[in-house]
Design a protein around this ligand. Structure first.
Ligand code: ATP
Length: 304
């Protein structure tokens, strides 16, 4: 099955190492979120995978081959790095047709790609007049021309409205559902929440995490439990005695970490304390991400 394999990938610009010994795999049938703060090295990594930048060390392969060794790259990998790159004076259909013809692909693929991205109705219009959302769809249509098994998107939802974001998100999921390997970058963790199955997180060019979305949450965001009771002060003491960490929350609530909601419920029952609220609070993805990338962001702030 086609996938992306990155091994020991390193890129240095003069004295700066912007991608540092990076290794990860993008599996078929999954959306892999490629995350990191601004400047972490995501775009540079994608460019190296796509043969647009030469690695200083290491390798990146698509379906086992370097990009430069793939005879008709569009049939193996579709990539959208910058939606603004479409020539504004060109009609959408003509843009796709030129790409198809120059890559030796059947022209019917243009109609398929237009249909798949829902832009048939504007196929005869000039791309210059397109909204960002439409330009993005046109860019994605181009990635699909060769019916590739591997797709790469760099910050595809930047600047889109909620409807455009949802469309892209659903689209990525459907591509993965067809067994394709999808790599999508973002600097926003929340953006990945409903999109990615797997996460590769980098900071300062280095790998910070390579994990499934659910594992990432479990390992990086400590959950808390919110409790309300009339016996607040007494119960706070009992909780502390039981080893929990207790903070005062809003409106006389207690925010507890180090114990599960079930354990807290049992402790309350044991001490005859009536709880009016017992709510586990899932750590937000953004919190988990900030925690994980804190050091790399601080470093960036310090050198800026
Ligand atoms: N051609 C280049 N020459 C020198 N430095 C570069 C070059 N391209 C990128 N960089 C530097 O490499 C670092 C990583 O940039 P890159 O664009 O890969 O990060 P990113 O994670 O994609 O960030 P963003 O989310 O802001 O796009 C940055 O510090 C950037 O300034």
């Amino acid at each position: 099955m086609a996938h992306i394999d990155v091994r020991g990938l390193t890129k240095r610009y003069g004295p700066d190492t912007v991608v540092d010994d990076l290794s990860f795999t993008v599996e078929a049938g999954q959306v892999t979120g490629f995350l990191g703060p601004n400047g972490a090295g995501k775009s540079t990594t994608m460019k190296m995978i796509l043969g647009l930048a030469a690695p200083t060390e290491g390798s990146a392969t698509i379906g086992g081959r370097r990009y430069a060794d793939i005879p008709v790259p569009l049939t193996e990998v579709g990539a959208l790095l910058d939606a603004g790159a479409v020539h504004g004076g060109r009609k959408a259909y003509d843009h796709l047709l030129a790409l198809a013809v120059s890559n030796g692909l059947p022209t019917r693929r243009v109609d398929d790609a237009l249909a798949r991205t829902g832009i048939e109705a504007v196929a005869g219009k000039r791309a210059g007049g397109f909204s960002l959302g439409m330009r993005q769809r046109l860019g994605i249509a181009a990635t699909l021309l060769g019916d590739p098994q591997v797709l790469i998107f760099d910050e595809p939802v930047n600047g889109l409205d909620p409807e455009g974001i949802r469309w892209i998100r659903d689209f990525m999921r459907s591509l993965a559902g067809e067994g394709r390997a999808v790599l999508v970058s973002s600097h926003l963790m929340s953006e990945m929440a409903q999109t990615a199955d797997h996460l590769v997180v980098i900071g300062r060019g280095r790998l910070i995490a390579d994990t499934s979305m659910s594992e990432f949450l479990r390992d990086n965001g400590e959950g808390t439990v919110l409790v309300r009771t009339r016996d607040r002060d007494m119960f706070a003491l009992r909780l502390t005695d039981a080893g929990a960490d207790v903070r005062e929350g809003l409106e006389s609530s207690l925010v507890i970490s180090g114990m599960t909601a079930a354990e807290i419920g049992e402790l309350a029952s044991y001490h005859d304390v009536t709880l009016s609220e017992l709510t586990p609070q899932r750590p937000s993805l953004e919190d988990a991400f900030m925690q994980l990338t804190k050091d790399s962001v601080e470093y960036e702030g310090a050198v800026a």
